[in-house]
Write a protein that binds this ligand. Structure first.
Ligand SMILES: Nc1ncnc2c1ncn2[C@@H]1O[C@H](COP(=O)(O)OP(=O)(O)OP(=O)(O)O)[C@@H](O)[C@H]1O
Length: 239
C-alpha cells in the first residue's frame, strides 16, 4: 500500500486521502482512512454492509465534510461526476428527456444532437430505448441511463456507487467495457461494489474497508488469488 506524503505525489494520484475521519450521529463511521488513488486507474472499495464505503465516497466527492484528516485532489474537486447508489430519474419522462433535463441541471452543452449522447447510448446499448418512458425501463436500463448521464459530464474522475447492483450479466459486461474505455481515455474511476467477481475483473486497485477502517489494499494487477476468499480471510483475521 502506498501512502505518499510528498508534495509531488499528487501529480501521480487523482486523489490522496490521509487520516480521514467522520462521525455521524455520535458514531465514528470513518476512522483514520488513508488511500491513494493513482490517476488513470480503476479503484474499487469493497467491504461488508455498513463498512463505510458510501460514506467514504461522499467524503471524497465533497457531499460530506471531513472531521479529521485531509483529502487532496489532482484536479479541481468539482471535476468529479458521481453515480449515486440509487437511481434518481424522472420516471414519467423518456430517457432522452431525462438526458436533456440533467443536461440543463449540470449546464451541459448537449444541443439538439449530441455526439456524446449518441456515442454513450450506443456503447451502453441504450440507443433504441431512449424514446421510451423510464418507468418502462428494467433496473439494468435505469442503471445504464444513470451512468450515461454521469458520463456526459465528461469529468476526469468518476465515482460510481454500486454501479452493477441488480444488473444482469450482459449489462454488467457492457458496463465493464465502458469503464475500460474510460480508462483508455485517461480517466480515473472509483467504485464500490459487492460483486467481487466483477471487481476482480475490472479493478487495478482494491481497498477492503471494515468498520470504517482500511484493512487491506490489493494491487489487483499482480493479485492472483480469489478475491472473495481473500476478503473472508481478512475479515476473519480481524474478528
Ligand atoms: N447520515 C448518517 N447518519 C448516521 N449514520 C449513518 C449515516 N450515513 C451512514 N450511516 C451509518 O454509517 C455506517 C456506514 O454506512 P455506509 O452506507 O457508508 O456503508 P456501506 O459500506 O456503503 O454499506 P452498504 O454496503 O450497505 O451500502 C452504517 O452503520 C450507517 O448506518
Amino acid at each position: 500500500m502506498v501512502h505518499p506524503q510528498s508534495a509531488s505525489a499528487i501529480e501521480r494520484y487523482a486523489i490522496l486521502v490521509s487520516g480521514a475521519g467522520k462521525t455521524l450521529n455520535g458514531q465514528k463511521i470513518i476512522n483514520n482512512v488513508s488511500l491513494a488513488v493513482p490517476r488513470n486507474s480503476i479503484y474499487a472499495i469493497i467491504g461488508p454492509n455498513g463498512a463505510g464505503k458510501t460514506t467514504l465516497l461522499r467524503l471524497m466527492n465533497g457531499l460530506l465534510t471531513l472531521d479529521e484528516g485531509t483529502i487532496r485532489y489532482a484536479n479541481d474537486e468539482h471535476q468529479i461526476a458521481v453515480l449515486l447508489e440509487n437511481d434518481y430519474l424522472f420516471e414519467a419522462k423518456t430517457g432522452r428527456e431525462n438526458i436533456r433535463d440533467f443536461g440543463i441541471y449540470f449546464s451541459l452543452d448537449l444541443g439538439q444532437s449530441s455526439s456524446a449522447v449518441d456515442r454513450y447510448s450506443s456503447l451502453l446499448q441504450l440507443d433504441s430505448a431512449l424514446d421510451n418512458k423510464v418507468a418502462a425501463y428494467s433496473k439494468g436500463m435505469k442503471r445504464k441511463l444513470s451512468l450515461l448521464v454521469t458520463l456526459l459530464r465528461n469529468t476526469p474522475i468518476l465515482m460510481l456507487d454500486e454501479l452493477t447492483s441488480g444488473v444482469d450479466p450482459e449489462s454488467r459486461r457492457v458496463m465493464r467495457s465502458v469503464l475500460n474505455q474510460l480508462k483508455e481515455e485517461g480517466r480515473t474511476v472509483i467504485l464500490t461494489s459487492h460483486d467481487l467477481a466483477e471487481v476482480q475483473k475490472i479493478s487495478d486497485w482494491i481497498t477492503i474497508l471494515n468498520g470504517g477502517t482500511v484493512v487491506e489494499t490489493i494491487n489487483n494487477q499482480v493479485f492472483e488469488g480469489d478475491l472473495e476468499q481473500r476478503l473472508f480471510d481478512v475479515l476473519e483475521g480481524i474478528k
